[in-house]
Ligand binder design. Structure first.
Ligand code: SAM
Length: 265
């Protein structure tokens, strides 16, 4: 059994005061916010795109959602839902090798995409315990250094909720976006919801980025296909070597780990 820690009344009061102090210093959300170990955000300013408007937000476990609280893909391999995140509760953030927390002063909604658990995946429910992608501050802040590199012909590898695809398409420096996504069902099911938000012509390649990217020509490739943050260093370097037609590569987590992500936000 894990050892229990008993706080003295004075320690409990100090913790509660510290929490209230964090709630008092909330600032408006911006994806250009500089990462700090403690972030505090005004919930009313945290506007995220709902791909299926009208889905009711819930904080129930993803396996226990009621009809009206989710949309499943045709074969039930993917579930879109909207997480209700409560005021004052913390969420993890990360930046390079540092970890922190963020909290909001009101309840906020966080759209999320879950994938069905594979037979060998740890856990017990039908759905994986952590989402494939969710629009948390941590995800939005750590995708931004890549999005800021986008220009000319930009490849976005990894569709997820289409967040980076949409952000890339909004940049005036970008002329054309090339999506590379492994999963045909995800593309057929979710891309029609994302397309109305895209502002540039889009080419779609369905297949393995490791095979497709070496055949493409582009100014930049933004890669977010790795299971964990910063996992992709070696794979991105290999892909860059194998892809002479692509001028510049970025992988999720890599710029923060080399300290080159916040210089000129
Ligand atoms: C974390 S999600 C991407 C989230 C996305 N950046 C966004 O802004 O919503 C990862 C995506 O990569 C895709 N993927 C995983 N492995 C891949 C591969 N080898 N080639 C292409 N896509 C892959 C997954 O199907 C998933 O859509």
């Amino acid at each position: 059994m894990a050892p229990s820690i008993r706080l003295s009344p004075a320690q409990q009061r100090a913790l509660a005061e510290r929490h209230r102090e964090r709630l008092r210093r909330c600032v408006p959300w911006s994806p250009a916010l500089r990462w700090k170990p403690e972030l505090e955000i005004q919930g009313s300013t945290y506007q995220v795109l709902e791909l299926w408007p009208g889905i009711a937000a819930s904080d129930a476990p993803v396996d226990q959602l009621e009809p009206g609280q989710f949309v499943d893909s045709p074969s039930r391999r993917f579930r879109y839902c909207v997480r209700l995140h409560r005021a004052g509760h913390t969420l993890l953030t990360w930046w390079g090798n540092q970890v922190g927390t963020v909290l909001f002063d009101t309840d906020v909604i966080i759209p999320a995409l879950y994938q069905a658990r594979g037979p060998d995946d740890p856990g017990t429910g039908y759905w994986g315990e952590t989402p494939w992608m969710s629009l948390t501050p941590a995800e939005l802040l750590t995708l931004r250094p890549g999005t800021r590199l986008a220009r000319g012909r930009t490849i976005v590898a990894g569709l997820g909720l289409g967040h980076q695809l949409i952000e890339v398409s909004r940049r005036i420096q970008v002329k054309r976006v090339i999506l590379v996504e492994l999963d045909q069902e995800l593309v057929d099911w979710i891309l029609p919801r994302i397309r109305p938000h895209l502002r540039k012509p889009l080419d779609v390649h369905v297949g393995d980025a490791y095979e497709i990217l070496p055949t493409l020509r582009a100014d930049v490739a933004l890669i977010d296909i790795f299971p964990g943050y910063g996992d992709g260093f070696r794979r991105v370097a290999e892909l860059a070597d194998e892809s002479p037609g692509i001028k510049r590569f970025w992988g999720w987590g890599t710029s923060e780990m080399t300290g080159r992500a916040q210089a000129d936000r």
